[in-house]
Design a protein around this ligand. Structure first.
Ligand code: DC
Length: 223
């Protein structure tokens, strides 16, 4: 099976790129951040102290997290059987996802769900550790990045379009602290795999990023 790993920090356009690539190549798109967001959502809903790795790890036994795809190829995350929908897309959940993602038990809990997706499907998977931990053998690894302000502006646009009332400054400072902790955590830090191609898309439109990524993929896959 073919595995295309798209890693990189928030706001780099990973999901937009990975979704377009999946469409173009006819592969399944897997958004792994949604899994961490769902764990974060559950812990917040249940009043679990997300700073306590012991409490979070203890509560994992109460949840099941599954991926489902609808007829349009859209991914849905089921938390204990119920679709979490867009409730995982707030800035509060972003922070909770980042916090729980640093806990080794959470990463171990979500490992199989991610690896299983590539057992019977060609996949384009986006996340932070796809090329380093989930699929070290991925045929293509792209580490997508962009300048901090460019990434914050994209995220700010996304959040305000959804009706969240948040300033660009707050998005930027939240993003920088989240990136710092994602990058510096002990377990699966969000850094490029040694054999990843680094793609900086500052100033790119989504179609420029797609074109650059297709060049990398076609070369790697020999197509
Ligand atoms: O990609 P995202 O913004 O939806 O991810 C939310 C958080 O989840 C992010 O701060 C880091 C974490 N994450 C991770 O640690 N590993 C992944 N493969 C995907 C996301």
């Amino acid at each position: 099976m073919i595995k295309i790993a798209i890693d990189g920090p928030s706001g780099s356009g990973k999901s937009t790129l990975a979704r377009s690539l999946a469409k173009r190549y006819g592969y399944v798109y897997v958004d792994t951040g949604a899994l961490y967001r769902t764990v974060g959502l559950y812990m917040l809903q249940c009043g679990v102290d997300i700073k306590s790795s012991v409490s979070v790890a203890e509560n994992l036994k109460n949840i099941s997290v599954e991926l489902k795809y609808d007829e349009n190829g859209m991914q849905h995350v089921l938390l204990n059987g119920a679709d979490v929908g867009e409730s995982i897309r707030t800035s509060e959940i972003s922070a909770a996802a980042s916090a729980v993602s640093a806990i080794p038990e959470v990463r171990a809990f979500l490992l199989d769900t991610q690896r299983k997706m590539a057992e019977n499907n060609n996949v384009v998977m986006d996340g932070r550790d796809i090329g380093t931990v989930i699929f070290p053998d991925a045929q293509v690894k792209i580490f997508l990045t962009a300048g901090n302000l460019a990434r914050a502006e994209r995220r700010h646009k996304e959040l305000t379009e959804k009706g969240e009332n948040i300033t660009l400054e707050k998005v930027l400072s939240d993003m920088e602290s989240r990136d710092k902790s994602d990058r510096s955590r002990k377990e699966a830090p969000a850094i490029p795999a040694q054999d990843a191609v680094i793609l900086d898309n500052s100033g790119f439109e989504p179609e420029d990023t797609l074109r650059a990524a297709c060049d990398i993929i076609n070369k790697k896959l020999g197509i």
